[in-house]
Unconditional design. Structure first.
Ligand SMILES: [Zn+2]
Length: 301
């Protein structure tokens, strides 16, 4: 059995919201087994929003969660770090509507989680193991999950720009692989989009400190962290968005030209196609010989 995990202690940081430009304090607190990842707006009387597809609302260049009058924006990079480091249960508290962008990657959140330390809990973790392919296509965008013994992601992107016409990468996720290969990859935008975003009241906190900005002839930042930092960031994003299914996924996720709207719609589709997966207590747990137990686990969710 792999046990659920939370943080050993609470930890906080201060940053700014990418889109709002507002200063925000983020605190991540331990939570009991089975609680899942939940967000709380301290400035709104402590109302909570679980990080699940049922509460997705407001996809505008970032993934938002909404419940009643409470909205939390730009949750994906923090969720990506939490699930990739095997954190099942935490309460994330904010005093503003947006998770701070930090440096545009998940590396600062990895640092926070490592600083807080990890505590193993007594309840078993349940993985969502893919049994048959699930696919969603929207125009030239496509995302699928296939059966696999491990969580793997293959992502490909294609833009009409000389710097990143095509990038593709496959990674088998582990805590170390995420920390070394994916977490440092920063979000990116095109210079010609920045003005449009600003006119919509978005990206007000954006700068070369928290995003790669791609101009017509090159990047405006000093250097990339990886030659293919762009596709690595898309992998970071899709891991965070898929966290909204509420369980670590055991399967091979393959995406082409996706974005937050497609990722989160797909996460909802996965939960709807409940004959395409089962919940197991270990990634390698055999299925066929123990259908009754698997069904019992699923029904108890
Ligand atoms: Zn992102």
């Amino acid at each position: 059995m792999n046990a659920q995990r939370t943080l050993r202690r609470s930890i906080s940081c201060v940053g700014i919201g990418l889109h709002s430009g507002k200063r925000v304090t983020l605190s991540i607190r331990p939570a009991s087994a089975g609680a899942g990842i939940r967000f709380r707006r301290a400035d709104l009387g402590g109302l909570e929003v679980p990080a699940t597809v049922q509460h997705v609302g407001g996809i505008n260049y970032a993934t938002g969660l909404t419940r009643d009058a409470v909205h939390i924006d730009t949750v994906e990079h923090l969720l990506s770090a939490l699930v990739s480091l095997g954190i099942d249960n935490v309460l994330v508290e904010l005093n503003s509507p947006e998770v701070p962008i930090m440096d545009g990657s998940a590396a600062p959140f990895v640092y926070l989680i490592h600083e807080a330390g990890v505590k193993t809990q007594s309840a078993p973790r349940r993985y969502l193991k893919i049994l048959r392919p699930i696919t969603m296509t929207r125009g030239d965008k496509r995302i699928s999950l296939y059966p696999s013994d491990h969580f793997k992601v293959t992502y490909s992107i294609a833009y009409d720009h000389p710097l990143l016409r095509h990038q593709s990468r496959t990674i088998r996720l582990s805590e170390d692989a995420f920390v070394d290969e994916i977490a440092p990859a920063r979000t990116f935008t095109f210079l010609k989009e920045v003005e449009m975003l600003r006119q919509q009241g978005l990206a007000l906190g954006g700068s070369l400190e928290n995003a790669i900005v791609v101009g017509d002839t090159g990047i405006l930042n000093n250097a990339l962290r990886f030659d293919d930092e762009f596709v690595r960031h898309k992998i970071l994003d899709v891991i965070g968005d898929m966290a909204l299914v509420g369980h670590p996924v055991i399967g091979h996720l393959v995406a082409h030209r996706g974005g937050h709207a497609l990722h989160t719609a797909f996460a909802a589709q996965v939960l709807e196609e409940s004959d395409a997966w089962t919940l197991v207590e270990a990634p390698s747990q055999p299925q066929r010989g123990d259908v009754a137990a698997a069904v019992a686990i699923k029904e108890s969710v």
